[in-house]
Design a protein around this ligand. Structure first.
Ligand SMILES: [Zn+2]
Length: 314
């Protein structure tokens, strides 16, 4: 979520985002971009978001150009807010809230290759289970919009508001659907990259808050035990932080302990599901071969977790 040094900022900047040509959205284009479902609903969000913008500078693009989505069949949703690389037409780079701007803490670099990590994980889950997970990944670069922040911090230009609204409209719709379809519970995994600890995967749950229902129902073993997502990853040799100790002992590292997405959709909220932020160090995602292995490990962990904790009991 918040890479903390400048080397990562430069790495992100190397993948300079292409300017996109404004074009009306069509069903064909949706398929070409890998958007497999919900096109009509996304268009509705785009129109609504466009109306909400309501300024003299008319929005001339469809917001679903900036989303990669998949409606799923499993009680699992993957989100990836920081892996995008596209510029939003007419939107300058964000300068940051005043306090962060002056302190040098403002981050607009891409979480490198997390778009690819999320989409590859979704494919591996489908291969392993014959069922798709839900997926919402931003294709817009964080320089222009940050879906892991509330709107007032996430956007600085009216055109970017529509993209932020479309991302959250889609996540909200999918979370609502998951709650209806899967009364045994569902799990949101928010995929990020951090650069402070290259060989570490950091868990972010606001120290157990965003997985409140999971822990109430199954105990802390569902978060840190051997069949938990992090327990299984640790068993495959992934160094996790905190080291699968109960929430708060020690606390999750500051700055990585759960951002706006898990705080908005977590199971501590009225309409939420259990939500965990995963902050992957660079060694898990920048090299293509290593990234494939990470996606495979995560997909296997998701499958086992789903079977143990989310499948209907006989
Ligand atoms: Zn991030």
């Amino acid at each position: 979520m918040k890479p903390q040094n400048r080397s990562t900022a430069r790495a992100g900047d190397l993948q300079s985002p292409p300017r996109i040509v404004v074009a009306p959205k069509t069903a064909t284009a949706s398929r070409r971009h890998g958007i497999q479902a919900s096109t009509a609903r996304v268009c509705a969000w785009a129109i609504l978001a466009g109306l909400l913008v309501g300024t003299a500078s008319a929005q001339t693009f469809a917001t679903n150009e900036f989303l990669h989505i998949q409606r799923g069949e499993l009680p699992i949703i993957l989100t990836a807010p920081h892996g995008g690389s596209l510029a939003i037409p007419g939107v300058p780079k964000r300068l940051g809230p005043e306090g962060e701007r002056t302190s040098g803490k403002f981050v607009i670099s891409q979480d490198t290759r997390t778009f690819e990590l999320a989409t590859t994980t979704a494919k591996r889950v489908e291969e392993l289970t014959d069922r798709k997970p839900y997926l919402v990944a931003s294709k817009a670069h964080r320089q222009y919009v940050d879906p892991n922040r509330p709107e007032k911090e996430a956007v600085e230009n009216p055109n970017a508001k529509a993209v932020h609204a479309a991302f959250h409209g889609q996540v909200r719709e999918f979370v609502d659907e998951l709650r209806k379809k899967f009364p045994n519970g569902a799990l949101l995994l928010d995929i990020h990259g951090q650069s402070a600890f290259p060989d570490t995967l950091i868990r972010g749950t606001q120290n157990g808050t965003t997985v409140m229902k999971m822990v109430e129902k199954h105990g802390v073993a569902a978060l840190t035990g051997e069949t938990s997502v992090f327990g299984q990853l640790a068993a495959k040799g992934v160094k996790v932080e905190p080291p699968n100790t109960p929430p708060g002992t020690p606390p999750e590292p500051r700055g990585y302990n759960g951002g706006w997405i898990v705080r908005t959709y977590g199971s501590h909220t009225t309409n939420g599901v259990d939500a965990i932020q995963l902050e992957f160090g660079g060694s898990f995602r920048t090299d293509a071969k290593k990234r494939e292995e990470t996606a495979k490990f995560l997909a296997e962990a998701i499958k086992a977790y789903t079977e143990k904790y989310l499948a209907p009991k006989p």
